[in-house]
Design a protein around this ligand. Structure first.
Ligand code: FO1
Length: 341
């Protein structure tokens, strides 16, 4: 059984662990491919930092700091303190010593000319992740945030500056994707969507984690473009495409999905995100959409929009609930497959 999942970092990692456990328990001959957002990436202190790829890699390797949701466990910050003394890098963006090992290794391999997909495979090979990490793009495709005019700060900042230094405290007027053109989908990404038995959207931020991969519309305009070839592959795959809402009862599971959705004119709800992704039968990206039981009232409207919508417990509080959520997503994919299109 080949399962392909689109994911950001923190929300995606928890869901990936549940999905991996479920597949290992029920489908020993499975393949799990995770298409990871690269919009948070940046070159910092001369090193290539890939937050979502690293959150997924560290979580699957079991070496992540589960409390913070990013970075390594048992971390130290001696080098980061030295960088701050030299005024190099972002003092508000801590690169731990072990984490720097990843960025140095990645940058060294990139400078040898390896594409990011090969570099990711080389770094991941250190552990038995039980999944293949696929960068959504081979080339740089950074998310930059154009700040709302007339606020304390103006201009356009890298997503991580908006997210970490500003804590999304200044509204985003627009999200831009900046990178080498033409954007090259990561090696294996289009194939992993085309040959999957099911494609899942993890409960990640729909704008800056999933939208940066396959696009996410604004309520009244373009929104964020994503990588068009990936959106096309999602629209044409024979596999059922099922998403898990990252919003429960109008509150994001974590992070700042509210601010991101507001910037694109959407309310912060499972209903709005499902309608924005849209049903593949109506030209959108999804067949199925899992919402929490707190949002069950939205199911009829979502169904009338062409989505196979279902309510299930979405809170992932431990390994068991993460596995149950993964099971619910795959069950919905089976239902979609057995329903007439
Ligand atoms: N998040 C923070 O809130 N503060 C940090 O100093 C920070 C440093 C950092 C370094 C490497 C890395 O891969 C991630 C880091 N993050 C930090 C988390 C990061 O903002 C998130 O992983 C995502 O990029 C947001 O979706």
């Amino acid at each position: 059984m080949k399962i392909t999942m689109l994911a950001g970092g923190v929300g995606g990692a928890k869901f990936a662990l549940g999905l991996r456990a479920l597949l290992q328990a029920r489908h020993p001959d499975h393949e799990l491919r995770i298409i990871a957002n690269v919009g948070d990436d940046m070159w910092l202190t001369g090193l290539k930092v890939c937050p979502d790829l690293d959150s997924l890699m560290y979580a699957l390797a079991g070496v992540n700091d589960a409390q913070r949701g990013w970075g390594r466990e048992d971390e130290s910050t001696r080098v980061s303190a030295e960088l701050s003394e030299f005024g190099v890098g972002w003092p508000w963006f801590t690169l731990g010593d072990l984490d720097l090992g990843t960025h140095i290794a990645r940058s060294a391999l990139l400078r040898e000319g390896l594409p990011l997909s090969d570099v990711t495979r080389r770094l991941s090979a250190r552990w038995d992740l039980g999944a293949r990490l696929l960068p959504a793009a081979e080339t740089d495709l950074e998310t930059w945030v154009e700040l709302e005019a007339g606020c304390a700060e103006t201009g356009t900042v890298h997503f991580e500056e908006w997210w970490v230094r500003l804590r999304a405290g200044i509204p985003a007027h627009r999200f831009h994707q900046r990178g080498t053109q033409p954007v090259q989908p990561g090696a294996g990404v289009l194939e992993a969507i085309a040959d999957a038995d099911a494609v899942l959207f993890a409960p990640s931020n729909p704008v800056v984690s999933i939208g940066t991969i396959c696009g996410f519309p604004a309520a009244d305009g373009p929104g964020i473009a994503g990588i068009p070839e990936i959106a096309d592959a999602l629209r044409s795959t024979r596999a059922p495409v099922v998403g898990v809402s990252p919003i429960i009862d109008s509150a994001p599971l974590r992070g700042m999905a509210r601010q991101c959705l507001q910037s694109l004119g959407w309310e912060c709800s499972a209903r709005a995100v499902g309608l924005a992704y849209g049903a593949r039968s109506a030209g959108g990206l999804l067949d199925g959409w899992l919402v929490d039981e707190a949002d069950a009232s939205a199911v009829p409207e979502l169904r009338s929009a062409g989505l196979h919508a279902q309510a299930a417990p979405l809170w992932m509080t431990d390994a068991a609930t993460s596995q149950d959520l993964a099971a619910a997503a795959l069950q919905l994919a089976d239902l979609v497959s057995s329903s007439p299109r």
